[in-house]
Design a protein around this ligand. Structure first.
Ligand code: PEP
Ligand code: MG
Length: 893
């Protein structure tokens, strides 16, 4: 019956596109099974089952029977029963959500072992040691993840067993030792969990499934999801898979591999292999692995087969894949594959390589990279010329240049970073409990583990600098120090520098240099043969793809010629916001002061006439920097008190002068003005168009400066394209008045200079009322530019200057929003006003030009939204222009 929910899928029933339902791991196991690759048989319990369980606290009624049916099928296929005494089928129970959450959720291996079946396993495998080792692993994992026993207790018992035997590695423990350890482990379980370790295999399996469901909501999983912006209600699937063993002797082993280098994108053999071990040993970085290439001499047949499978997978997924595999007595098994995480640089390179190989087209290449990765590539790197004291080298696990004080535990990392210190988290290896320390740190350094260790995988995901497996560093977390070769000791608080692109570790602070990608955008670097240039070449090509695809134009927020020129080099197609208040700072502040203090018409005129030529000069420079491209000049916006001295400071000055009987007439006048202009809510007060309406001559002076500058540029054979923008309009009447005055001034300048100026006049839409009456406002505006900073502030009633520091952290923690609405546009609220205003504006004036110039103009997710609602351009700070171009291209493809 198709209407009855199906909660369990055999690996032969799924495929890679069912990630929502089967999780990433389950969907890809199914895909590999159907590709005919050697996957141990098994089945997947859906995320839907998990959701039911998490919502109701109970597994769906049908689940038990469905699991039984699939288990029966599995048993008859394998010719043995789960936990069967003489020849047990063993299974792993693994979590697997839609999005990879490395190490965040639970896995239990060797389910089906018991006091009885351990003997059967020993006989079947012809290896008693192996059977007891598998059993003790089951009790350990089951005890920790299912029954909630402190994992350290098992570790301590294991250490004791090794000490008693005077050996250092667990592979030196013999069957009899492990048998004793099993007894010890069972005692720990009994004491800590208050129950016996379950001997009934089906009970083991059901409890493990439930534990995996529950692991969706552990603190560390929640924290990881918040960091990675993974929705909290997806739930995890559960994979039940027949066990294969990598710990059956030297002809067995386990490994991880990438179909290309996830750091550089280069094709080749990348991965780690560990002989005679089970999967978790590699990921946890507990024993040292050998490079995958060495597998060729260990087991050529499996190696060749693996290479072939890797090629099949790359061609099938058309992307870099990462793989977990196990070799059981010379037989290769695929345990997992997925499209692999990669560094930002590798993402760009791989995307272009795949285009060149004919595997993907340009539009698909754009989906393989994103603006956040591009932004990361624009970070600076260490200065190669600097004198440095290198003290170690590990694996370049996640690129970047990080400098900070060494700390040796996550707690200190968080504490110190809260008080404004930059820290490097130094650990022997990291585990999921280190997550908040990793978030707080500038970079992560470990002395153990490979490219696929926890530290490496998580750091890459967060875009954080990481060097791992720097083995010559002796990290002593208990004494909070590390000894480097030669004996020098780095204490907690000593500054170190780590290079996530080379793996090098330095003492002290190493100076940093700009990124090659920025050098490229600046026009200071072109294609070439070196490593950095290969990246530049890839970025260059991807940007060309994006520019060809995108519909949105990209402009810059810039107020001076220098920024404008840089923006132009970065690909800006105009200026979307010139904030003229930035032209009134420094020495000119006094002139504005004069204007504000003016009591008479004459005083005001004189202040304005001093400002006029200065403004005009600014505009001439700006228009020539942006010759041929539109420049939107916004008339003065901020509350006037921003140009006046601070009220307290001024009061003190006046009081001092008074007590010293010094002349202070000017200060007194100023103080009166400051008092007069003081507002409780200046952001809602005398600012924007309101200034233009109450301070005679202010806006007309600015319009005159723009018009005269445009005329001058025209007469110099330039191509000025000025647009005059009125801020904070709430009603069309405001705009009409200002517009009438502006039109008159423009006509005067045109007559005086004998030049025809094509100046357009428009407004910002940054108040809810403006958005709601956009149809009327468009009567008087030739363009709209959405000021989403003020619009967010006024729609939410959030002070843009205060709330991020006050209650946003709490809001983020409570999940009220996943990201600040000042960073990414709130589509449902602010966004729907933008959409509505855009539609109403265009209904009145079909050729109305629409843009956005709030901070959201450079935010990747917001750019996609602005594309969807049909704006003509986004405007953002010069540095974010490449990101906006790329995302606009991605949005359109
Ligand atoms: C805005 O409000 O979004 C805007 C661009 O103007 P400002 O940030 O200068 O207030
Ligand atoms: Mg604004």
């Amino acid at each position: 019956d198709p209407h009855v929910a199906k909660f369990v899928y055999d690996f032969t029933e799924g495929n890679k596109d069912l990630k929502d339902l089967l999780g990433g791991k389950g969907a890809n196991l199914a895909e590999m099974t159907n590709l005919g690759l050697p996957v141990p048989p098994g089945f997947t319990i859906t995320t839907e089952a998990c959701k039911v369980y998490l919502d109701s606290g109970e597994e769906p009624a049908a689940l038990r029977d469905e699991v039984s049916a699939h288990l029966d099928a599995l048993e008859s296929r394998m010719g043995k029963k789960l936990g069967q005494a003489d020849n047990p089928l063993l299974v792993s129970v693994r979590s697997g959500a839609k999005f990879s959450m490395p190490g965040m959720m639970d896995t239990v291996l060797n389910i089906g072992l018991s006091d009885k079946s351990v003997k059967g396993l020993a006989e079947q495998a012809g290896d008693e040691r192996f059977a007891w080792d598998s059993y003790r692993r089951l009790i350990q994992m089951f005890g920790k993840t299912v029954l909630g026993v402190d994992g350290d207790l098992f570790e301590e018992a294991l250490d004791k067993a090794k000490e008693a035997k005077k050996v250092t590695v667990d592979t030196d423990l013999e069957a009899a030792d492990l048998k004793k350890l099993v007894t010890a482990f069972k005692k720990i379980v009994k004491k800590e969990a208050g129950r016996d370790f379950p001997q009934e295999p089906r009970e083991q399996m059901d409890l493990a499934i439930e534990a995996v469901f529950n692991s969706w909501n552990t603190d560390r999983a929640k924290l990881y999801r918040r960091q990675e912006r993974i929705p909290g209600d997806l739930g995890t699937a559960v994979n039940v898979c027949s066990m294969v063993f990598g710990n059956l002797g030297p002809d067995s082993g386990t490994g991880v591999a990438f179909t290309r280098d996830p750091a550089s994108g280069h094709q080749g053999v990348y991965g780690d292999y560990l002989q005679n071990a089970q999967g978790e040993d590699v990921v946890a970085g507990i024993r040292n692995t050998v490079p995958l290439a060495e597998l060729e001499s260990i087991d050529k047949k499996s190696y060749d087969q693996l290479m072939q499978i890797m090629e099949t997978l790359e061609n099938h997924y058309k992307d870099l894949c990462d793989i977990e595999f196990t070799i059981e007595r010379g037989q290769l098994w695929m345990l997992q594959t997925r499209v692999g995480k990669r560094t930002a640089g590798a993402a760009f390179r791989i995307a272009t390589q795949l285009v060149d190989q004919g595997l993907i087209d340009e539009a698909e290449a754009l989906q393989r990279v994103n603006g956040a990765q591009l932004a990361q590539l624009m970070f600076p790197k260490f200065d190669e010329e600097a004198k440095v004291e290198q003290v170690g080298r590990g694996i370049a696990a996640s690129p970047g240049a990080a400098v900070g004080k060494a700390v040796f535990d996550s707690y200190t990392a968080v504490k110190w970073s809260r008080s404004g210190e930059k820290v490097i988290l130094v650990r022997r290896e990291t585990n999921p409990d280190d997550l908040d320390g990793m978030i707080a740190a500038e970079g992560i350094l470990t002395s153990r583990g490979g490219k696929t260790s926890h530290a490496a995988v998580v750091a890459r995901g967060m875009g954080k600098t990481c060097v791992c497996g720097a083995e010559e560093l002796e990290v002593d977390t208990k004494r909070r120090r590390m000894t480097v070769p030669g004996g020098h000791v780095v204490e907690e608080g000593d500054v170190i520098s780590i290079d996530g692109s080379s793996g090098k570790v330095y003492l002290g602070e190493v100076p940093v240099v700009p990124s090659p990608v920025v050098e490229y955008f600046e026009g200071r670097m072109h294609a070439g043969a070196q490593d950095a240039d290969e990246l530049v070449e890839a970025v260059h090509r991807i940007m060309a793809f994006a520019d060809r695809k995108r519909r949105l134009r990209v402009r810059a927020n810039a107020d001076n010629a220098e920024d404008a020129l840089r923006a132009r080099r970065f690909g800006a197609q105009g200026i979307g916001l010139c904030r003229t208040e930035h032209m009134f700072l420094g020495e000119r502040r006094e002139m504005v002061e004069k204007l504000i203090l003016a009591d008479t018409e004459a005083e005001r005129e004189s202040a304005l006439s001093e400002l006029l030529p200065l403004q005009k000069k600014d505009f001439v420079e700006l228009f020539s920097a942006m010759d041929g491209l539109p420049v939107t000049v916004r008339l003065l916006d901020p509350p006037l008190h921003e140009f006046l001295p601070d009220i307290t400071e001024l009061s003190v000055r006046v009081a001092l002068a008074e007590s010293r009987q010094e002349p202070h007439e000017n200060e007194l006048r100023l103080l009166q003005a400051v008092h007069r202009l003081h507002e409780q809510n200046p952001m809602l007060g005398l600012r924007g168009v309101r200034l233009g309406l109450v301070i005679p001559g202010l806006f007309t002076m600015q319009v005159r400066a723009i018009a005269e500058a445009a005329a001058e540029r025209k007469n110099a054979k330039g191509d000025p394209r000025a647009e005059i923008m009125i801020p904070l309009v709430g009603t069309v009447q405001e705009l009409e008045i200002v517009r009438e005055e502006a039109d008159q001034v423009i006509a005067e300048v045109e007559a005086a200079t004998g030049t025809k100026l094509k100046l357009s006049i428009g407004t910002m839409i940054e108040l809810p009322r403006a958005a709601l009456t956009a149809g009327q406002i468009a009567e008087a505006a030739e363009f709209f530019s959405f000021g989403t900073n003020d619009l967010t502030q006024t729609v939410w009633g959030f002070s843009r200057d205060d709330v991020e520091a006050s209650f946003f952290t709490a809001y983020l923690e409570k999940g009220i929003f996943g990201v600040s609405p000042f960073e990414t546009i709130d589509k449902d609220g602010v966004g729907s006003l933008v959409k509505l205003a855009a539609e109403a504006g265009r209904a009145t004036r079909p050729d109305l030009k629409l843009g956005v110039c709030g901070e959201h103009g450079g935010d990747p997710e917001s750019v996609h939204f602005f594309h969807e609602v049909g704006l003509d351009y986004v405007s953002c700070s010069p540095f974010r222009i490449p990101v906006a171009r790329l995302e606009a291209g991605r949005a359109a493809s």
